[in-house]
Design a protein around this ligand. Structure first.
Ligand SMILES: Cc1cc2nc3c(=O)[nH]c(=O)nc-3n(C[C@H](O)[C@H](O)[C@H](O)COP(=O)(O)OP(=O)(O)OC[C@H]3O[C@@H](n4cnc5c(N)ncnc54)[C@H](O)[C@@H]3O)c2cc1C
Length: 482
């Protein structure tokens, strides 16, 4: 990042005022960049710093999953010769959900406080409340945490809208926070649900279904498609569904939840094929809706898509000069890492710093199930759809010596490369901690390394990453044959 042309220490200079709506990854990362580029920055946030990412979505779900992961590892213990007691069976381990959720919420609050502290140390003003655009250069604060801020007018040279999204709900399955739940309400549970029905088999549904199954709950996953995780790598999704079923989860495919109602002792979920599934609780995980309503966006001339997302280009500009948008409210790719990148790019562009447009082809993402599914670069579907020529190989982890030692059976490494140039186009890793193992492939995709480059690099023996190098060697041999 280049140094700012002017700084706030220049007394003759009135710094650019940037007003950021939303203190999630899209907003707070942008605020830090804007500040480092010499702007005066105000963040308006209605919930808490870190946004939904820190308070209800990424941080809580991954903290819960960390406990679930321990349970999954513990299940492998007997095979590795570990005995808890003479007659220990895996279900002898039990989870105190009250303690788990207390830890989850404390960790989220602490992370939020860390982010607030960081912004304050950088001299960024934080206003608690909801922001609404009164014009293309003016924000009004409503529902303020401090009565002194109510109705406050913030004149801005640049506005960044990073207001995120909220769980989508069904009118026939209205969440009550007790038995019919959205993912943001799951952390209020003090006892493990006896039988959790999860509606929606996208990333959020699959992560919660997998975690609660590992924690010891009976889980029914309702999927409207042929398989779980539609849109993800088919082999990875199939493998995960097989693991889910083998762990005792019921997966109901090609059926939708039409309604969910409270019963005397739980919930009844009516499916589109007429079946009724009874459970103690139901989690509705059917995606999110962007927080763009009632904020004066359209009145200010900001174009929204049919789904209510803010239209942006690759440098996060909206249809209105001086108004930028980042993160889930844009619908570009609902990941915290992408939100943060969009926010940084917006500020670099707005404040005249060097800026590279957003490149989605190099985004790495991870699904935190057991095993995890990590992907980067082009997916096989994308390569097929755009008619690209590619070669691919899939090597199972079961052959990997380290995997054998660790008792890992399920998983694979898949690579895609250009058939002549050998450039790595993308990859999929399905493994415990795949989110860590994807990084060498991310480096290869980002820097256009070839399978020869990857194959020629040392890996630790024995290590799971040995399978990544082996996959690169298999593809390299095919490139050399041509
Ligand atoms: C269960 C779950 C798990 C996830 N796990 C991961 C993961 O592991 N990794 C990953 O990369 N992504 C994950 N995501 C996606 C990730 O949470 C989002 O992509 C990320 O939160 C987007 O950041 P954001 O800044 O756009 O929005 P948010 O994090 O939603 O922050 C927006 C903030 O703006 C506030 N706000 C809204 N309107 C206003 C207003 N008018 N004025 C002031 N403030 C306002 C909101 O209250 C919120 O605090 C997960 C999502 C879910 C649902």
């Amino acid at each position: 990042m280049s140094s700012p042309a002017v700084t706030t220490s220049d007394p003759a200079h009135i710094p650019t005022h940037v007003v950021v709506l939303g203190g999630g990854p899209g907003g707070y990362e942008a605020a830090l960049v804007a500040r480092s580029l010499g702007a005066r920055v105000t963040v308006v946030e209605r919930q808490g710093l870190g946004g939904a990412a820190v308070l209800t979505d990424v941080v809580p779900s991954k903290t819960l999953i960390a406990t679930a992961e321990w349970m999954t590892i513990a299940e492998r213990a007997p095979e590795l010769g570990i005995r808890l007691t003479d007659d220990a069976a895996k279900r002898d381990l039990s989870v105190d959900l009250k303690a788990v959720n207390k830890r989850v919420l404390e960790l989220a609050r602490a992370q939020s406080a860390d982010i607030r502290g960081r912004l304050e140390r950088e001299g960024i003003e934080i206003v608690g409340g909801s922001g609404r655009l009164e014009s293309t250069s003016r924000v009004v604060v409503e529902s303020a945490a401090d009565p002194a801020d109510e109705g406050r007018v913030l004149d801005a040279d640049t506005i960044l809208v990073a207001t995120g999204a909220t769980p989508r709900t069904l009118p026939t399955a209205v969440p009550d926070g007790e038995r019919i739940l959205t993912w943001t309400q799951m952390y209020n549970l003090t006892e493990l649900p006896e039988k959790l029905v999860v509606v929606g088999s996208g990333v959020t549904g699959a992560e919660f279904a997998g975690a609660y199954n590992a924690l010891g709950a009976d889980v029914v996953l309702v999927s409207s498609r042929d398989r779980v995780l539609p849109g993800e790598d088919e082999d990875a999704a199939e493998l995960l569904e097989g693991v889910f079923r083998s762990r005792g989860m019921t997966v109901l495919s090609r059926t939708r939840a039409e309604a969910a109602e409270r019963t005397d002792d739980g919930v009844a979920v009516t499916l589109s094929d007429g079946r009724v599934v009874h459970g103690s609780h139901v989690l509705i995980a059917v995606g999110g809706v962007p927080n763009t309503v009632g904020m004066g966006l359209e009145e200010a001339g900001v174009t929204l898509t049919g789904h209510g997302h803010i239209e942006v280009d690759k440098v996060s500009r909206t249809s209105v000069r001086g108004v930028y948008a980042a993160g889930d409210c844009t619908g570009v790719l609902p990941l915290a890492s992408v939100a943060a990148m969009q926010g940084r790019i917006a500020m670099q562009h707005a404040l005249g710093d060097a800026v590279a447009p957003l490149r989605l082809g190099t985004v790495a993402s991870n699904i935190f199930t057991a095993p995890e599914i990590a992907t980067v670069g082009y997916s096989e579907d994308a390569l097929k759809q755009q008619g690209s020529r590619y070669i691919t190989t899939t090597l199972p982890l079961a052959r990997n010596p380290r995997a054998k030692m660790l008792g890992i059976r399920d998983g694979f490494v898949k690579l895609f490369a250009h058939p002549e140039a050998g450039v790595v186009l993308g990859g999929v890793v399905v493994a415990p901690r795949a989110g860590e193992h994807i990084f060498p492939i991310t480096l290869a995709v980002q820097h256009r390394l070839t399978v020869d480059d990857v194959a020629a690099s040392f890996t630790i023996y024995p290590s799971l990453s040995g399978t990544t190098a082996e996959a690169a060697r298999v593809l390299d041999a095919r490139v050399q044959e041509r």
